[in-house]
Ligand binder design. Structure first.
Ligand SMILES: [Mn+2]
Length: 195
């Protein structure tokens, strides 16, 4: 089983993340930020990566540190669980529709962090959640997971739907990328011999 456990503590947040890349999409995510939990649950469910996340943060300021640091810890867990990346498909993509919204994700588990974020959430808030934190999460995940992560919104006018479509698109793309390619299960998928 390709799994990892990360604990991360700073003056601002205390986070623990457990993942199993070869899971069935079971999740138990409690970050103290309701909408964010809902998104993390989607990420686990649709990537089939088992995910247990606990976070406590400085909510009296806002949710920024908690969301960003959860992205950092999840990225670190992904990097650790992938190990030398032997046998993975490496690339993944998905066009994900959700009612009015359609979001496309293309990603490469390259070890080269890069985020393309072509998404406009039309409201500043979803409930009490600051919509700008969606980008912050994916930036942290890309940086610490070593992911070349392209996320493009093709349609959508409802912020909840657009954000959720983004998480599901990334989840589906991740599912493909972390899966073992049975035609090349013993090799690292790069002509360089390393990722
Ligand atoms: Mn929803």
């Amino acid at each position: 089983m390709r799994s990892a456990k990360i604990s991360r503590q700073t003056a601002e947040t205390e986070i623990s993340v457990e993942v199993n890349l070869d899971g069935t999409g079971q999740y138990d995510n409690q970050t103290g930020v309701g909408f964010f939990d809902h998104m993390l649950d989607q990420l686990a469910r649709h990537s089939l990566i088992d995910m247990t996340i606990r976070a406590k943060g400085d909510y009296h300021i806002d949710d920024h540190h908690t969301v960003e640091d959860t992205g950092i810890a999840l990225g670190q867990a992904l990097t650790q669980a992938l190990g030398d990346k032997k046998g993975i498909r490496r690339y993944g993509e998905c066009h994900l529709p959700m009612d009015d919204a359609q979001v496309r994700c293309a990603l490469d588990l390259s070890g080269r962090p890069f985020l393309i974020w072509n998404v406009e959430l039309p409201t500043h808030k979803i409930g009490t959640f600051d919509t700008e934190l969606v980008r912050e999460f994916f930036q942290a995940l890309a940086t610490h997971g070593g992911v070349t992560l392209h996320i493009d919104q093709l349609h959508g006018f409802n912020s909840h739907h657009i954000a959720e479509a983004a998480f599901k698109a990334v989840a589906r793309a991740l599912r493909l990328a972390v899966e073992t390619d049975p035609r090349k299960a013993d090799a690292i998928p790069s002509t360089k011999g390393a990722l």
